[in-house]
Design a protein. Structure first.
Length: 292
């Protein structure tokens, strides 16, 4: 492993076991409601093969994992994996009533040693863009997949196509020069914006029949939840608690005003520009030539 790759892995672990992970736990009801349409899309794949064990990658607090359990046949195991300790702890607590067939693993799916060929369906809701080495990660997931297993995932298209997702940091930037810039070439929310890159990663990792299509999904949250959303989550949420109170108050005022175009009565509405990925475990890893 290179020093850079190790630093990236440590950075992701630090982010999701620090403020970001705790913020997602605190806002889990808001986020689960906001992203419910994506959960439904993923569970279509689960319901199509209800007798095959399911793996939910980057499961967070487990909403999609629990929904997948509801779409499988009784007693079919469903596993969620995430590297965030606070989110996995929340997932286990929220899923206790479902018994032993729903389990959660606190680990990095890129490096975790899965039982080979143990899953018939692999799903992910916004959980696959954070790997330090995506080819290694999807090769590992391919080894965990049964032959002809189905992969379905949703992830973001570009930041430019998702202005709602960057409104807070753009509004805060003039008052918050220490806000770290997003790294377009590193793990993060928009790391898989380039569909051709994703196709290469999947092909090089042993996945075939790869189809990636754009989807624009209407999302809604109550206006009363907007302040929590913009001040706790994302890059702004990780740095705002360290800002002095007067400057923080002005930043929150400006950021909140920047979202006025998305207000429709008592609701906040925006379209999420995403990719829907579908693939199958059809061939050995490493069979695709590099791009270029």
């Amino acid at each position: 492993m290179t020093t850079t790759q190790h630093a990236v892995e440590e950075d992701q672990a630090g982010v999701w076991n620090g403020r970001a992970g705790h913020a997602w736990v605190q806002a889990q009801t808001l986020l689960d409601d906001l992203f419910r349409p994506f959960e439904d899309l993923l569970c279509e794949a689960v319901a199509a093969s209800p007798d095959r064990p399911v793996l939910d990658v980057g499961c967070g607090t487990g909403s999609t994992t629990r929904a997948a359990a509801g779409a499988t046949s009784p007693m079919i195991p469903v596993t969620g994996i995430d590297l965030s300790v606070p989110m996995i702890e929340a997932a286990r607590a929220l899923s206790a009533s479902l018994g032993e067939r729903v389990r959660f693993v606190c680990a990095d799916a890129e490096r975790y040693v899965f039982v080979p060929k143990s899953f018939g369906t692999v799903i992910s809701r916004f959980g696959i863009m954070f790997f330090a080495d995506p080819v290694r990660a999807f090769t590992n997931l391919r080894a965990a997949a049964q032959e002809d297993a189905r992969l379905r995932a949703v992830f973001w298209r570009s930041a430019e196509q998702n202005p709602f997702m960057t409104t807070a940091e753009r509004a805060a930037a003039p008052l918050l020069p220490e806000l770290p810039p997003r790294r377009p070439d590193g793990p993060g929310q928009f790391a898989f914006a380039d569909a051709d890159r994703v196709r290469y990663i999947l092909g090089a990792s042993g996945w075939g029949d790869v189809v990636i299509r754009p989807i624009d999904v209407p999302c809604t949250m109550p206006e009363r939840d907007l302040a929590e959303y913009v001040t706790r989550l994302g890059p702004l949420g990780r740095i705002l608690p360290d800002v002095d109170a007067p400057r923080r108050a002005e930043i929150v005022r400006r950021v909140r005003a920047a979202f006025d175009p998305y207000l429709h009565g008592e609701a906040v509405r925006f379209d999420a520009a995403c990719w829907l990925l579908e693939a199958r475990a059809t061939h050995a890893a490493g069979s695709m030539a590099p791009i270029g």
